[in-house]
Design a protein around this ligand. Structure first.
Ligand code: NDP
Length: 326
């Protein structure tokens, strides 16, 4: 059994010296427990800020995986079934049922189980709840989303199109921008090469934006808020531009803009709507099967490459969901 340990808390951008690969003897499950074998593991932005809040040095890195039950002393999880397991960066895990969620029943054979970590999993739910519960996006409105070519952003844009909205996305490479157009985004631009962000946002939607799905934070937000329409709504989902900052975050949101435009901003975590997960996952799967939702993954092969996959995602190497295949 292998696991990745956080040896030292991150200080700025992560590097190899923050991680250590540990090899342990496999242990037998006791009554009520199962032995899991990881098939796909997720690398997510939240791991960077959560590590300081939820982990001690020497802990196994936090994270979710799709795993196969290979031994079972728990009748709820028979041998051979697949689960979504919040077990961290481990190849093998002995645990009871607490951190386990069964894969959505009737998972179609032609859909990779890895999507349970992406479009038909936590990031897909984040997109759905941000749009329906927080923004309450209405047909005909214009929505802006940043980090648009990533796991959450790609789903945000496509759901907004399903709902009959105009969608503008920003991403960090021309290839990502081309992919957003393929997905049906009305406008997309590369925020790294665009020159004036203000001009790009104005050009993409001269009348401004009703809704902003915020994944990035930092200077982008300051400019974007100024392009909101009066009474615009902002769902603050993430702030990846700030996660590696060494200093305390200072306010970058312009108060007078928020006041004069009477904007509404709401931070959220997808876990707030846990009771809606099964029904929502079914809806996402329905859209996928109908071809209304496309999904791409950035797959890194090999458990030994977990840190590289994680750091690559933070650097923007992924289009779609970043995962590791064991
Ligand atoms: P992504 O798949 O979008 O991967 C991260 C992407 O962020 C990179 O590919 C990169 O794309 C972009 N990025 C990295 N650094 C910067 C930067 N300095 N400025 C702008 N963009 C940057 O990740 P997810 O879809 O999983 O997550 C997107 C956001 O949603 C994150 O902020 C995350 O924390 C948040 N989130 C929040 C949840 C919640 O419940 N509130 C749940 C899940 C995610 P690019 O090439 O475009 O720069």
């Amino acid at each position: 059994a292998k696991s990745w340990i956080l040896t030292k808390h991150f200080d700025g951008f992560p590097n190899d010296s923050n991680f250590e690969l540990k090899v342990e003897e496999l242990v037998e499950p006791k009554d009520g427990e199962v032995l899991l074998e990881a098939v796909f593991l997720s690398v997510d932005p939240y791991m960077r800020p959560f590590s300081a809040l939820r982990m001690k040095e020497g802990d196994v890195m936090i994270g979710t995986q799709v795993a196969k039950v290979v031994q079972s002393k728990n009748s709820a999880f028979p041998v051979g079934t697949h689960v979504v397991a919040r077990c961290g960066w481990r190849t093998h895990t002995v645990c009871d049922g607490t951190p386990l969620t069964p894969i959505l029943p009737k998972w179609p054979e032609d859909v990779s189980l890895s999507l349970a970590l992406g479009t038909i999993g936590m990031p897909g739910l984040t997109a759905l709840f941000g749009i329906e519960e927080v923004l309450k996006l209405q047909k005909g409105e214009t929505l802006l989303v940043n980090a648009a070519a990533g796991a959450v952003g790609t789903v945000v844009g496509q759901i907004a199109k399903i709902k009959g909205c105009k969608v503008v996305g920003s991403a960090g490479s021309d290839a990502k921008v081309a992919y957003l157009k393929e997905l049906g985004f009305d406008e997309a631009f590369n925020y790294k090469t665009v020159g004036s962000l203000e001009e790009a946002l104005k050009k993409a939607s001269p009348d401004g934006y009703d809704c902003f799905f915020e994944n990035v934070g930092g200077p982008f937000s300051t400019v974007a808020l100024q392009q909101m329409k009066a009474f615009g709504r902002i769902a603050v989902c993430g702030g990846i531009a700030t996660y590696n900052d060494k200093t305390q975050q200072t306010g970058s949101y312009p108060p007078l803009t928020i006041i004069f435009k009477q904007l509404k901003m709401e931070g959220f975590m997808q876990s707030r709507w846990e009771h809606k997960h099964p029904e929502s996952l079914k809806r996402l799967m329905g859209w996928l099967k109908e071809g209304k939702l496309q999904s791409r993954e950035h797959v890194t092969k090999g458990f030994e490459n977990m840190p590289a996959a994680f750091m690559g995602m933070l650097r923007g190497e992924n289009t779609g969901k970043a995962i590791v295949a064991v």
